[in-house]
Ligand binder design. Structure first.
Ligand SMILES: [Zn+2]
Length: 65
């Protein structure tokens, strides 16, 4: 299975919309889910849809529940 990758140039400008910190790759939690981007500061996960990160707070999920 291939996880859609984010080009390095795009990745460098990605930042958490809440704290503006750097985001980390996080693998999918379940089969069939896409990978996410995780903010270690806010403990939020942002979805990656069709290889495009969705950096919206109302789309983010808590990493702790
Ligand atoms: Zn953050």
């Amino acid at each position: 299975m291939t996880v859609p990758s984010i080009p390095p140039a795009i990745r460098e400008i990605l930042a958490c919309p809440r704290c503006h910190g750097a985001l980390l790759d996080a693998p999918a939690e379940r089969v069939g889910e896409s990978a996410t981007l995780r903010c270690p500061t806010c403990a939020l996960r942002y979805p990656v849809r069709e290889g495009i990160p969705v950096l919206l707070l109302d789309q983010a999920r808590s990493d702790q529940g």
